[in-house]
Design a protein. Sequence first.
Length: 294
Amino acid sequence: MTEGARLLDGKATAQAVRAGVAADVARLAERGLQPGLAVVLVGDDPASQVYVRNKDRAASEAGIAVRTLKLAAETSQADLLSEVERLNADPAVHGILVQLPLPSGLDADEVVRTIAPEKDVDGLHPRNVAALVQGARGLRPCTPAGCIELLDRHGYELEGRHVVVVGRSMLVGKPVALLALERNATVTVCHSRTRDLGKVVGDADVLIAAVGRARLIRGEWIRPGAIVLDVGINRGEDGKLVGDVDFAPAAERAGAITPVPGGIGPMTIAMLLKNTVLAAARQAGLTEVLAPAG
Ligand code: NAP
C-alpha cells in the first residue's frame, strides 16, 4: 500500500463508545439505577496510578458512580480479600476492578477468583474465562473486546479471514484469539517459541500484536493491505511510548493500522465502562434498557 494505511483512531472510536455508554447510563437512571464501579489500587506503582486515574475520570464522565480504593503496598492478602468481599456484598457496586500488577507478595490469581464473577468487569475470573471459551454469557476482558469493537466500528469483518495473534497471555493474546474465533476467523496464535515469526505474520489478513517488545514486528513482515492492531505499550529509547509494531514501515504496507498511543489503550477503558453498565443492568434485570449491541 504505497498510499499508506488508514489510521484506526482508537481515541475517537473510544469516544463514540463512551457516548453510547453515557446514553445507556441515562436510560438506566430513568429506571432508578446508577451503575457503580469500584477500582482497587494497591501500592504506588506510577503506571498503575495513571491507569486508575484515567479509568476513574472516564467512568465519572459517563455518569458511573466510581469509587477508587487506595490501599497501602503493605496490605496483607487477607485484608485485600476481605476488601473485595465487602465490595462483592455492596449492592451499589456493580463492577469491581483490582488494578494489576499487585505488589510482590500478593496473589493476584486468588484476588481475581474472589471477585464475584458478575461484578468482574475485567473479565478475568475463571468463570468469565470459561464463558468466553464456551461462547456463553459472561463479561469479556476489556482489551481483547476493545480490539473487536474497533474493527466492528470500522466495518471490518473477521469471518473467513486469517487473524494472527502474537502473544498468548491470559490478559490479551488468548482471549482475543477466542473472540476472533467466535467471529469465524481462522486464527493462529504465536509466542516466544514460534519459528519464523515473520513468515507467519506475513500471512495475516489481520495482525494483533500483544507482546510487550518495542518494534518487534517489522514493517517488511506485514502483508500488503493487512489490518494491524498494535496492543503493545513500550517505552522507546527516547522515553516515548511505542507499540510492538515498527509503525512507520508497517503503515507503508498495511491497509489499516492503530497508533500507539491512541489506539487500543483508549478502547480498553471504553470497554471497561461498557462492561460496568452491562454488569449493572444484568444485576438489576434491566438489560432491555441498554442499546442493542453492535
Ligand atoms: P505478557 O503477559 O508479557 O505476554 C507477552 C506474550 O508475548 C507472551 O505470550 C510471550 O510468549 C510473547 N512473546 C514474548 N516475546 C516474544 C517474541 N520474541 N516473539 C513472539 N512472541 C513473544 O504481556 P501482555 O499482558 O499480554 O501484554 C502485551 C503487551 O500489551 C504489553 O506491552 C502490555 O503493556 C500491552 N497491553 C496493553 C493494553 C492496552 O490497553 N493497550 C492492555 C494490556 C496489555 P510466551 O508465552 O512464549 O512467553
